[in-house]
Design a protein around this ligand. Structure first.
Ligand code: ZN
Length: 117
């Protein structure tokens, strides 16, 4: 009786297992399920650390430690910018933080360029 998690890309409920991978039939995303059979914790346990090694959690406030070019924006995200209420995600590439940045709107950030505030 294992409930498969929804697709991290499109949240489709129809993901199915293929070997060690989970496959989404709707967006063709493939990812690995780390759940060891038997005892499964409710959430996927991904530990995401900031630039100095602090473990980040949903809802944390972080500051940006590196100037960042923002796609589609003339302004760069500056060092010291506060980002509130982050959400940890399994984003594209190293982008493992989903957050709304004042003046920029929702964007994906890399945990390696932020520091827990
Ligand atoms: Zn999908």
């Amino acid at each position: 009786m294992t409930e498969l998690p929804p697709c991290p890309e499109c949240a489709s409920q129809y993901a199915y297992e293929m070997g060690a991978l989970l496959v989404c039939p709707e967006c063709a995303h493939e990812w690995s399920s780390d759940s060891t059979s038997g005892e499964s914790t409710d959430a996927t346990e991904q530990i995401i650390k900031d630039a100095v090694g602090n473990v980040l959690a949903d809802g944390d406030t972080v500051t940006v430690v590196k100037d960042l070019k923002v796609k589609g924006s003339a302004t760069a995200l500056k060092v010291g910018t506060k980002v509130r209420n982050i959400r940890l995600v399994d984003g594209p590439g190293d982008h493992d933080i989903d957050a709304k940045v004042d003046g920029f709107g929702p964007m994906n950030l890399k945990s390696s360029i932020v520091k827990k505030a």
